[in-house]
Design a protein around this ligand. Sequence first.
Ligand SMILES: Nc1ncnc2c1ncn2[C@@H]1O[C@H](COP(=O)(O)OP(=O)(O)OP(=O)(O)O)[C@@H](O)[C@H]1O
Ligand SMILES: Nc1nc2c(ncn2[C@@H]2O[C@H](COP(=O)(O)O)[C@@H](O)[C@H]2O)c(=O)[nH]1
Length: 215
Amino acid sequence: MPETMNTKIARRGLMLVLSSPSGAGKTTISRRLLDRDPGITLSVSVTTRPMRPGEQPGVHYYFVDMPEFDRMAGQGELLEHARVFGNCYGTPRHAVETALSAGRDVLFDIDWQGMQQLAANARADLVSVFVLPPSGTELERRLHSRGQDSAEVIAQRMAKASDEISHWGEYDYVIVNNDVDESVQAVQAILRAERLRRTRQVGMPAFVESVQAAL
Ligand SMILES: Nc1ncnc2c1ncn2[C@@H]1O[C@H](COP(=O)(O)OP(=O)(O)OP(=O)(O)O)[C@@H](O)[C@H]1O
Ligand SMILES: Nc1nc2c(ncn2[C@@H]2O[C@H](COP(=O)(O)O)[C@@H](O)[C@H]2O)c(=O)[nH]1
């Protein structure tokens, strides 16, 4: 629950989506946000892509094979799903719905196709942020500096970057990730304001009535 003038008002959680071309920094920003704000839950996606060094199943992704992904999608267990860079990715529905109902905010590191599906199905709960790199050269440098993808995968991701960036105008907010700390602060400012939206503060009508009743 957020604090409004030191009074706790029940609130519905929101879905905070961060998208960017691969390597612009949304995972880095997400991790820092999660460290700083215990009110946010990360949506852990399912994917058919191979696990990278350092990744842990159930923490970074649920790694599944194609038949299991198809089963989940077919049975409506995914809130959204998309094919990205030749692999399938999707958001497990149950964890998100439980968190939102409990007033917890959910952070999504997903692409523009996923954001569009959430916008079509749950616009009122969605807050979307597009993260731009400072330049194309810096984007490529970051992909190399991460040291987790082959030259071929990096070339494939760079080739897709312009396509990804073309969706920036569909997002509620846009930031340029020059400095990680500044980017995290910008996203925190967005979150702070969005949490105070009247429509999310589902306990507000009862609170207002209680104030009026005592007048
Ligand atoms: N503001 C920044 N300045 C310098 N380096 C950064 C910045 N933000 C992120 N990086 C670095 O860039 C690399 C890519 O970042 P990250 O993995 O967060 O990107 P991503 O957008 O999540 O990529 P993907 O979509 O492939 O998961 C990492 O090595 C990260 O440490
Ligand atoms: N539509 C969705 N996109 C997703 C999901 N999980 C991750 N992603 C996006 O895929 C690319 C590649 O991610 P990587 O971890 O392989 O580098 C990136 O743009 C992610 O945002 C999802 O559940 N749905």
